[in-house]
Design a binder for this molecule. Structure first.
Ligand code: TXA
Ligand code: MG
Length: 359
């Protein structure tokens, strides 16, 4: 695509300046794309009802048209425009979790452009809680379709700098509202299947969803064995290496001691053959790796999945730019947000999960 000048504007994340919101909204109304902060990750937004603008999203990201977009709304009244019908359970979930990091898959309204839904008869809708996202949607006066603001296949951006690194020259404007609060993308919940099922674990946990709808089914996460088979089943958005960092990542999976030992062994082996190694670990692991001459990136306490989620994508990007040849990463518990963390790490690892057992 033809490159342009990318403007980056700082915006107050809690009390967004009206003049900046109006400027960004005017760009979107004119059919342009704008990068904006949400509570999960940064989005690359365009007017959901302007097909030419939607095409710009795919061009800027280098994303295939087969991958459908999430439509962001500021009020439930917009659901009428976007959907063919609104199931009662959608109302209950919206009541409990909107605005927030939950995306609902609903029957598609006939006026929703095909570019949004990749030809499916369903549409993904979410009401973000970030004040900048809300203000931008309101000022635009139309729902905003937005994928994460990264180049296709790269890690989602949790800071404006990440979006700039991926999209400089490809978008006219990036609104910088500081680091994302949640750090992993929204939970995508399918309400068009017979039983509601999580398609992508994210910012709203399975446990929280079940407190409102006990029948919600967990996502089908691949086991390490399946991941290792690296059989990319190319359904929309389900590509195995969707979140792959540029540098190979080995995910160590197993009990804490076994995992640490296996990581240290691998680290020593790689160091002795002259490779530069990065390790992605929790605060509690630091003493184990401190003298190892690896590039260390800690994500916070392993007991605090919120902290880990917030720091995860920035950690991956930091090790990428540290110039290491390989990233060794520990795994985390699957409770609450841990499920989304595990899903993203499995995807980042692609075919490279190392099961660890005490010998
Ligand atoms: O937190 C988020 O959801 C962020 C922020 C910007 O809101 N957005 C985001 O969008 O992660 P994206 O495009 O990177 O991921 C959207 C996911 C994809 O996995 C896509 O396949 C899925 O939602 N999706 C969208 N429409 C769908 C549909 N009709 N049926 C099933 N999956 C759908
Ligand atoms: Mg994405």
């Amino acid at each position: 695509m033809e490159l342009m000048k990318t403007e980056v504007l700082k915006i107050n994340p809690t009390h967004p300046e009206a003049s900046i919101i109006e400027y960004a909204a005017a760009l979107i109304q004119q059919g342009e794309v704008v990068v904006f902060p949400t509570e999960t990750v940064y989005g690359l937004g365009a007017d959901a009802f302007q097909p030419v603008a939607l095409e710009r999203i795919f061009a800027a990201k280098g994303r295939p048209f087969s991958d459908p977009l999430i439509v962001h709304i500021a009020g439930e009244d917009a659901l009428g425009l976007l959907t063919a019908s609104i199931p009662e359970r959608a109302r209950r979930l919206a009541q409990a979790f909107w605005p927030g990091p939950l995306t609902l898959i609903l029957p598609r309204g006939s006026r929703v452009p095909r570019l949004v839904t990749a030809g499916l008869d369903t549409v993904a809708v979410r009401m973000p809680r970030h004040p900048v996202a809300q203000a931008l949607i309101r000022a635009t006066g139309s729902p905003i379709a937005a994928p994460s603001a990264n180049r296709f296949m790269h890690v989602s951006p949790t800071m404006a700098q990440h979006a700039f690194a991926d999209l400089d020259g490809r978008v006219p404007l990036i609104l910088d509202g500081g680091p994302s609060e949640v750090g992993v993308e929204s939970t995508v919940l399918d309400l068009c299947s017979e039983v509601p099922r999580i398609l992508r674990p994210g910012g709203v946990s399975l446990e929280a969803l079940r407190s409102v709808l006990p029948e919600v089914q967990p996502p089908v996460l691949r086991t390490p064995e399946q991941v290792n088979e690296a059989e990319a089943q190319v359904a929309p958005g389900q590509m195995l290496i969707h979140y792959a960092p540029v540098i190979p990542l080995l995910l160590f999976d197993g009990g804490l001691e076994a995992m640490r030992n296996a990581m240290l062994d691998e680290l020593r082996r790689r160091r002795s053959s002259g490779e530069r190694v990065g390790v992605l670990i929790a605060d509690e692991d630091v003493p184990v790796f401190e003298d190892s001459e690896a590039a260390i990136r800690t994500l916070g306490s392993a007991n605090d999945p919120r902290q880990i989620a917030t720091a995860l994508f920035a950690g991956l990007r930091a090790l990428e730019s540290a110039g290491v040849d390989v990233i060794l990463c520990r795994s985390f518990d699957e409770h609450g947000l841990g499920l989304a963390i595990r899903d993203r790490l499995l995807k980042a690892a692609g075919g490279k999960v190392v099961p660890c057992e005490i010998p």
